[in-house]
Design a protein. Structure first.
Length: 266
């Protein structure tokens, strides 16, 4: 999907600095406005605090194209510092509508894959890659926090209430390295004619982050739009500090694999 999206984003990036003007009288010189404060460090501090603890999460990955709308949901609990968690992935319209994932001891175990015949596919967490834009490798909820640690040009939007929780909304941009973080090389490379469209090497998408009064991440949203297609990935974090427990499959219940891909695994 990023191959189709890049040319469109290139046009947006190149045109962003252009604006139409009408003839008129010259204005007297004035002092340039001071640059807006960059709140990136505030966001990064909150991300670090969130990754040092635990939380319940829900991710909604929405895709709209050609008048149709599809949504995958990922829910679970995660101990970011302890490398421990469980994820339920649902896609009612899919040939496989549900899988479960367990993160433990540096590995990810994935259920309900046809090629493993009732056993759990298992692979190292750090070896997993994303096969679709704005998807996390094996739906890892920490991935978006890692991406947002590279947020640029971050501004404070203002105070907002999210489902009864007072938050502060920040908006910035993710550049290409963050967008393509741990995406397969096949998708990262793109067609050879992309480079000339980005003479400054700048590909970006909007990124939104909401923080609570304790300095924890409450919600994130990444948005990719092009003509005829919208991709929006929204993750909500709640119940920070919740204890996390998982039932790790026994060795005889697992099948080691080199890669796991598909619509549900991402």
């Amino acid at each position: 999907m990023i191959r189709r999206a890049v040319p469109f984003l290139a046009v947006v990036a190149l045109c962003a600095g252009c604006s139409g003007t009408s003839p008129g009288r010259a204005e007297s010189p004035s002092q340039p406005a001071p640059p807006a404060a960059d709140h990136g460090e505030t966001v990064r501090t909150a991300i670090a605090a969130t990754r040092a603890g635990t939380a319940h999460f829900e991710t909604r990955h929405e895709l709209g194209a050609e008048g149709k709308h599809f949504m995958l949901t990922m829910t679970g609990d995660f101990d970011f510092a302890g490398d421990l968690g469980h994820v339920a992935v649902d896609f009612p319209e899919g040939g496989i509508s549900h899988i479960d994932e367990i993160f433990a001891d540096g590995r990810v175990h994935v259920s309900n894959l046809p090629q493993t015949e009732g056993k759990w596919a298992t692979m190292p967490r750090t070896a997993a890659e994303a096969h679709y834009v704005l998807r996390a490798p094996l739906n890892d909820p920490e991935h978006v926090l890692e991406q947002l640690a590279s947020i640029h040009e971050t501004t404070r939007v203002g105070a907002e209430d999210l489902d009864g929780t007072p938050t502060t909304h920040y908006r910035g941009a993710l550049l290409e390295d963050a967008i393509t973080l741990r995406i397969t090389e096949k998708i990262r490379a793109g067609p050879p004619d992309i480079a000339p469209l980005f003479p400054d090497g700048r590909l970006s998408i909007p990124a939104d982050v909401w923080l609570n009064s304790e300095g924890r991440v409450v919600r994130t949203r990444l948005t990719l739009q092009e003509a005829g297609m919208d991709v929006v990935a929204t993750t909500t974090f709640s119940r920070h500090g919740t204890p996390v427990h998982v039932d790790t499959p026994k060795a005889e219940q697992t099948v080691p694999v080199d890669t796991i891909k598909g619509v549900l695994p991402g």
